[in-house]
Design a binder for this molecule. Sequence first.
Ligand SMILES: Nc1ncnc2c1ncn2[C@@H]1O[C@H](COP(=O)(O)OP(=O)(O)OP(=O)(O)O)[C@@H](O)[C@H]1O
Length: 364
Amino acid sequence: MTRIHLDSLTKRFGPQVAVDDVTIDIPSGAFTVLLGPSGCGKTTTLRMLAGLEDATSGTIRFDERVVVDGDRGVTVPAARRGLGMVFQSYALWPHMTARQNVAWPLQVNGWSRSAREDRVAEVLRSLEIEELADRTPAEMSGGQQQRVAIARTIAPGPDVVLFDEPLSNLDARLRVETRAELGRLHRESGATSVYVTHDQVEALALATHIAVMKDGRLEQFGTPQELLERPATEFVAAFLGSPPAVLLPGRPESGSLTFGGVPIAPLPAGADVRSAMYRPEELAIDADGTIEFDVVECTPSAGRHLVTGFAGPGDVRRDRLTVVSTTRVEPGSSTRLRLPPRPEAYFDADGNRVEVREGVSLEA
Ligand SMILES: Nc1ncnc2c1ncn2[C@@H]1O[C@H](COP(=O)(O)OP(=O)(O)OP(=O)(O)O)[C@@H](O)[C@H]1O
């Protein structure tokens, strides 16, 4: 079991800052997902954890052991970090059978023949791929190859396992199956896992902790529940959840936050509030509501409907938003939204959450 500390970790490629002053304390045994849009720096962070990339500045420690120190030019080689890695491409040895592929890292690590045979059998059984033991990669489907690659990674029992979008080459059904399998293997092994994806559904299904990144910077680190319940930034609020939180841009006007000229919320005192966040199920479709809403799509979901459309008059519309409705609404129709008296959260001009303490009076 290994704790991983990233401290002010920075990586520049020439003028490009790929990872910008990232500090994260990953608990031992956690399944941490690095999540964010393309180009946000997640793969570069993972590659620094793996020993495939050095750092420009900052440090990475596995427990008390420094494995990366950008300021002092220290990069402990990948092979000496006690980690395993699963890539998007399976990278199996093409001339070896599944059994030989899984046995290979054990052989390199000097395991005896009988210990190797026992461990390979155990891991193949655990992943339910015993029947593939004597096949070469060319004789397997992509999903089967990925299972063998996972078996090969976990066979030596690494303390840290790194995953770089391991499911992205699989079809939808296999993704879900293999995802569940990865979760189970993680719980059984107790290894500290770090997993890169841009898929928030995958992140929420697997993670004990999520680090949301944007433009190389860490937006927020916490449990999925913390991020969903108390997003620290507008970006996190809009990125997580199915559907994500609804954000309405607002203007502070005489004690109220207004949206398209309509007061939508009381203004907390002393903050430069620029948007209000609501839960998608808190906004009701109601012909007597205060906000105009043009419906684009209505999708049935678990006995309710996800209604997507554009809110407000033309000059304030930015993004599509989705609300949860008990009734079906025709796409192409225009209706209205009724808002609750208070939003769930406010964000300032920089997109940071504005703390509103319970019991503290609002200006309105
Ligand atoms: N070897 C490199 N040389 C120059 N720039 C690089 C290099 N590797 C990454 N970058 C840049 O650093 C930034 C972060 O890239 P990175 O691959 O870490 O992002 P990512 O979040 O993993 O994206 P994706 O999901 O598309 O893989 C990007 O702007 C990328 O263009």
